[in-house]
Design a protein around this ligand. Sequence first.
Ligand code: DQA
Length: 141
Amino acid sequence: MKLLVINGPNLNLLGRRESTHYGTLTLTDINTKLIEKADGRAEMEFFQSNHEGAIIDRIQQASGFDGIILNAGAYTHTSIAIRDALLTVKIPFVEVHLSNVYAREDFRHKSYLSDIAKGVVAGFGWMSYILALESFLSESK
Ligand code: DQA
């Protein structure tokens, strides 16, 4: 199974960003945990960008991947263009958030991705990514 892990804006600063919301691990730490958890059961590629168009380009070029683990960061709440790219490639994706976006500001309650996602995991810190991975691994058994 081939999985693409995409992180959007400001997630490159994990470890330095508001730790009450996002914890203390860096993105590299989280990616390492994903590789450890997969333990050879999934081939994973990692992509992070602060730019909406670059994320769209990566999604458009994702043919061959069985699934996407996506934390689109703030673009979750704004980007019809990322939604359209995901609808076009038709690769199942899990929407991930470190924080519980529903316990935060109202503008974070709107997601342009949730209704077309395979599932949504929010509020479990770095474990949100692991749970998303588990959902793909359990399906491939
Ligand atoms: C986030 C939540 C978003 O609202 C925020 O803009 C982020 C991170 C999360 O992982 O909790 O950048 O996606």
